[in-house]
Design a protein around this ligand. Structure first.
Ligand code: ZN
Ligand code: ZN
Length: 58
């Protein structure tokens, strides 16, 4: 039972099964998946790609 946990890339909270989250590939390297919870989307919190160091949002 190794269900993958979804962790918000900005606040590091677990957002598995949370509503209103956004998941998308890093716009720069497309290697890692960025996950943002509804709260971080609302406040436009920054995220950083752990593969290439790209920081968003944009
Ligand atoms: Zn968050
Ligand atoms: Zn990246």
């Amino acid at each position: 039972m190794a269900e993958k946990e979804l962790i918000c890339s900005s606040c590091k909270k677990r957002v598995t099964n949370a509503s209103g989250i956004a998941r998308f590939k890093c716009p720069k390297c497309s290697k890692s998946e960025i996950i943002r919870c509804m709260h971080c989307r609302e406040i436009a919190a920054k995220y950083t790609c752990h593969e290439c160091g790209f920081a968003g949002p944009n």
